[in-house]
Design a protein around this ligand. Structure first.
Ligand code: BGC
Length: 254
């Protein structure tokens, strides 16, 4: 399928899978089914770029592409590698993926939590919410997106705040719950301690909590005692794909 007005291809790059679909950027809906390819190991830039190219070829897509990446992405260049191969640091990911995609494809890459924040602000839990919104994603690490009246401040990296002398994501990520077989009740106390810290620093108007654990939101979100209202992310599995496509479309429109 060639490029159509109001559409972009969204790709969500994670530690286990790389998923993609065509997105209607006016509604935030997926136009095609999601395709998922296992993340290669080692997940080096060239190996991941080859998967990006496969997804685009499989969809016969030519045009605008947005992709998430779980690291700091400043103007297309990866600047950190907390949970990814260190060879990404300093890689121009936009250029690497655009070259691998070939043809008329132009790939724009952004941080995974930032993409989820954009998707939730346009179509999900933070839709129409003014003021300061902080989205936190709980997965292998903790990702964050800071939005002010719907506009994103990129690369906030609040998962790496210090908590009790530790990197916060090493205490409160969803992977820590899995690793230590913690109940939601026990893990929610850690999340609460972390979110209170974020609350003290930013006084947000709304927290949105996402990541894989948002599907079980009813088991832990009501346990959080915070001053700030907390909503579960609404786009679940699609937040990355939709947010990446939206970011690419918005960047093109600038
Ligand atoms: C990374 C962030 C990322 C988050 C969620 C953190 O370890 O530093 O860039 O957004 O994990 O994947």
């Amino acid at each position: 399928m060639g490029e159509q007005a109001g559409q972009a291809f969204g790709i969500d790059i994670g530690g286990t899978g790389i998923k993609g679909a065509i997105v209607d950027t006016t509604t935030g809906h997926l136009v095609t089914e999601r395709t998922r390819i296992l993340t290669p190991h080692p997940a080096t830039p060239d190996a991941v770029a080859a998967v990006v190219a496969r997804l685009l070829t499989a969809a016969s897509w030519q045009g605008l592409v947005g992709a998430t990446f779980p690291a700091v992405i400043q103007h297309g260049v990866a600047q950190s590698a907390a949970n990814v191969d260190p060879s990404w640091i300093g890689t121009d990911v936009d250029a690497c993926f655009t070259a691998a995609a070939g043809g008329a494809n132009e790939v724009i890459v952004l941080n995974d939590a930032d993409a989820a924040g954009i998707a939730e602000a346009r179509f999900g839990a933070a839709r129409g919410v003014g003021g300061v919104v902080i989205l936190l994603t709980f997965g292998t690490g903790i990702g964050s997106a800071l939005l002010i009246d719907g506009a994103l401040v990129p690369n906030t990296e609040l998962g790496h705040l210090e908590l009790d002398g530790h990197d916060a994501e090493k205490r409160a990520a969803a992977s820590v719950r899995d690793e230590h077989k913690m109940s939601y009740k026990k893990w929610a106390l850690r999340v609460q301690e972390y979110m209170r810290h974020v609350e003290r620093l930013f006084t947000p108007d709304l927290f949105v909590v996402g990541g894989g654990v948002s599907k079980d939101a009813a088991k832990w979100v009501p346990l959080l005692q915070l001053k700030t209202p907390v909503k579960a992310a609404e786009l679940l599995n699609d937040a990355g794909i939709v947010g990446a496509a939206m970011a690419a479309a918005e960047r093109r429109g600038e």
